[in-house]
Ligand binder design. Sequence first.
Ligand SMILES: [Zn+2]
Length: 386
Amino acid sequence: MRPIRPGDQGPAVAEIRTVLAGLELLPAQAGGDDYDDQTERAVRAFQQSRGLSVDGRVGAETWRALDAARWRFGARALYHAVPEPLTGEDVRSLQERLLEMGYDVGRADAIYGIRTSRAVAQFQREMGLKPDGSCGPHTVNALRRLGRKVVGGRPQWLRESDAIRQAGPTLVGRTVVIDPGHGGTDPGVVVPDGTLHWTEADLVHDLASRLEGRLAAAGVRVQLTRGPSPGDCLPDADRAQLANSLGADVFISLHTDGHANPEAEGVATYHYGTDNGVTSATGERLAGLVQREIVARTGLRDCRTHAKAWELLRLTRMPAVRVEVGYLTSPDDRARLVDPRFRDRVVEAIVAGVQRMYLPIERDVPTGSIDVSELRAIVAASTVVD
Ligand SMILES: [Zn+2]
């Protein structure tokens, strides 16, 4: 094939210009069938972005790359084809998406090979889809549903905090779903000896009710995932679904921990993330704020914030945090947790953490400084500054 080059004219040039416009290398309404200077510059930019030799002409290799580039993710079903693998921009988008979420596709090379197929199957298995390694409508939808929640690098982090900043600092009218862990047939951590007859399930429901009261007083719509003594124990996936269906802004799951060693103690928070450093940025921020507030206000040992890919955190589509408020198996933690005033301090700390998540970073306040009982005043004051 003779390269198509500057000065050429005709339907092939028109097609090239259409693809380049689709890639935003030419104005959207470019049209035309002249291989003009503008086209040449766009072709050079395209070649550079694809690691092709930059000559400003469309030879066989550049043509294939342009052909692959016309596919938008979701426009066709993707699968591992043998012997001629599917290639295209849509494959690259899929690979980048999977990489961001921590699945091993190797390099995002725009080729749907065996490694991409395996990564898709793993993703499908974890989402409860048929793990056939092909990317059809169900898998595309599952990826899109996760789209806003799971993010990778810093640019995304900035966009997410921008969205929160634009929402403003007020808690009024937001929806928070509080999830007291366990319940029903599953009591969670139980300590058979001693004076405490609280189970984990009872204790975290008490915490959830107190938190509900505090948040409601600040104008927040609150929903609990279960009552004090449900018949069955709701699976985590259903709890996540409930929060999604309510369009919650924040999801807070409450647990206490337990360990065979009675010396294990302290508070830890968890947000969505994988071993590869992929994380839900707002989830991580919320978890960090809640963790610091609880440590500062209660003196519980700081067992830090951790990334986990648990269903509860992965399937929720809003900033989600799971708090393990102390060890019921630790005599020290237990003695504190049975004190209702202590539980109120825990709850105040969580409210302060949620409030701080909505304060713009430059207006964030020192840990422990928010007086939760004056939340409305703080919110009003910080709105006036705007
Ligand atoms: Zn638990």
